[in-house]
Design a protein around this ligand. Sequence first.
Ligand code: G
Ligand code: G
Ligand code: MN
Ligand code: NA
Length: 253
Amino acid sequence: SRLASELSDSLEHDEFTLVYQPVIDVPTRRTAGAEALLRWNNRYLGAISPEQFVPLAEEMGLILPIGDWLLTAACREAASWLPLVSDPLRIAINVSPRQVQQGDIAGALECALQATGLPPELVTIEITESLLLASGEEVLRKIRRIRDLGAKIAMDDFGTGYASLSYLKHFPVDILKIDRSFVAGALAGGEDARLIEAIIALGHSLGMKIVGEGVETDEQMNFLAERKCDLIQGYRFSPPLVSERFRDFVTRS
Ligand code: G
Ligand code: G
Ligand code: MN
Ligand code: NA
């Protein structure tokens, strides 16, 4: 397809960029870091959503080179934030299941850290529940290697898959990200609110930090804050921002 042929040249043509969504520390309401999100702007087709091109890149075997580019670009950006603030900002990087299964993700991260000088403890790698559920010893070893480097592991979109209590206990995860669908339903007073409370209690009892995603209103923010959610992100604070705008956000807040 046209999309596939453009995608195969996209790295060479330097068509990828990253945007950064601020992640806010709940107790202090200060910016704790950002989640890096990939954007592809093709010179003929325009902006294409990651929901469209990530699966295609996986099929085409392009997710590894794109992933290597992304790790380095995200680490370089985060290293450039070090002089801006006294408390160093963290960077969260999404990786796709295939990127972990097929590649040497820990090795790629190690290269990116070396090339950019970013301290490893400022990096969070976001993985999905489905990766852990479908994975065997080899994937677990890879994830442990990422942690051995000093980076943290977050489970993205938590609650939408099937990870059970007993699974979580055995997985090397530091952070749970509550899926935004639960946050959207939190104020209705039903199941979503109870689920959020259960996820926070579970995560905290296992020594994990909790991130609430998709926070759009003060009411959602207060709901999560009252329940001791550690970090929040969403349009209430900021959409994903291009590099310069993220810097403005940080230096203003
Ligand atoms: O940022 P946006 O709403 O366009 O993201 C849509 C989806 O694409 C989200 O589920 C997000 O996790 C995914 N996505 C965004 N950036 C990346 C990335 O860098 N790598 C991977 N694997 N997925 C990403
Ligand atoms: O699956 P993941 O969490 O990586 O998805 C990130 C995507 O969520 C980004 O594309 C971003 O644009 C989107 N997003 C970020 N904040 C909000 C929000 O407050 N509401 C909604 N609906 N989407 C959001
Ligand atoms: Mn994410
Ligand atoms: Na998410």
